[in-house]
Design a protein around this ligand. Structure first.
Ligand SMILES: NC(=O)c1ccc[n+]([C@@H]2O[C@H](COP(=O)([O-])OP(=O)(O)OC[C@H]3O[C@@H](n4cnc5c(N)ncnc54)[C@H](O)[C@@H]3O)[C@@H](O)[C@H]2O)c1
Length: 257
């Protein structure tokens, strides 16, 4: 610890397994490596992960792409073992994978429901379980698990029942795992971003709907991927060592209104 008790927000020497190389994952991966972290970046879309890794390597950052389906725990485990093999240990496991199927609830099928809940919530659980098993085998024990929930973890919106349920579920999941694994020195936290233009909402985030979101936001704009970088670095850093079980809204004041 530095003089005066200030813990560093730098991530030099920290090794991170990160899942999700989409619109938010791309910016977060750059932010983490800019802060000094070494990364293995996983995604079902291996080409997307490779593209992000390459752009980080061009800046002399350390990032390696890895193909992974979050529905396959064996692939998650192998990816996390790769972090240990390459960097000696895994300090942080960050899950930024998610999908949405928007439909009126009267038309939602069992298949739609299962797909969203499987990837967003079941996937998050097994991702955390794989991380905890690795953290327990390391010396010193412990590590940080971080999840991307959503502003829709906290309030309802039409046509998003499965997504909202999965993201609200992440809050409960973070709390339960934080309580259960605190004794191992494992922290479990998340962030809940507001609407940020990426592939996941390209179809809907325009016109009257976009105006409605901006009007509802005290800071008067949608989110930007870079809005998430500081909070994620904080949760990955030593500065957040005594925080666990929390899912922090990054919402321009939405939930305050
Ligand atoms: N963009 C927003 O407005 C917003 C707001 C709140 C929360 N989020 C959450 O942030 C996370 C990232 O969202 P984004 O905006 O970057 O979306 P995105 O669609 O750009 O990225 C999602 C990534 O997940 C990957 N993915 C999907 N299924 C997978 C699977 N089975 N295994 C591994 N990877 C898989 C995709 O290939 C994609 O790269 C998601 O959990 C999303 O729910 C996004």
């Amino acid at each position: 610890m530095k003089k005066g008790g200030t813990k560093s927000l730098r991530l030099d020497g920290k090794s991170i397994f990160m899942a999700g190389a989409g619109g938010l994952g791309n910016r977060i991966a750059h932010g983490l490596t800019d802060a000094g972290a070494r990364l293995v970046l996983a995604d079902l879309d291996f080409a997307a992960a490779r593209k992000v890794a390459k752009s980080i390597q061009q800046k002399k950052g350390e990032c390696m792409a890895y193909p992974m389906d979050i529905m396959n725990p064996a692939e998650i485990r192998r990816g996390m073992q790769l972090v240990r093999k390459r960097f000696g240990r895994m300090d942080v496991a960050l899950n930024g994978v998610g999908i949405n199927i928007r439909k009126p609830s009267l038309e939602m099928t069992g298949r739609d429901w299962d797909k969203v809940l499987d990837i967003n919530l079941k996937g998050a659980f097994f991702f955390a379980q794989c991380a905890a098993r690795i953290f327990l085998r390391q010396c010193p024990r412990g590590g940080k698990i971080i999840t991307l929930a959503s502003i829709l973890s906290f309030f309802g919106m039409e046509d998003r029942a499965a997504y909202g349920a999965s993201k609200a579920g992440l809050i409960g999941l973070n709390r339960c795992l934080a309580v259960e694994w605190g004794k191992y020195g494992i922290t479990v936290n998340g962030i809940s971003p507001t609407f940020i233009p990426t592939a996941i909402n390209r179809v809907t985030l325009k016109g009257a709907f976009k105006a409605r979101l901006i009007n509802r936001t005290p800071l008067g704009r949608l989110g930007r991927p870079e809005d998430l970088v500081g909070p994620i670095i904080f949760l990955a850093s030593e500065a957040s060592n005594f925080i666990t079980g929390q899912t922090i809204p990054i919402d321009g004041g939405w939930l305050a209104g």
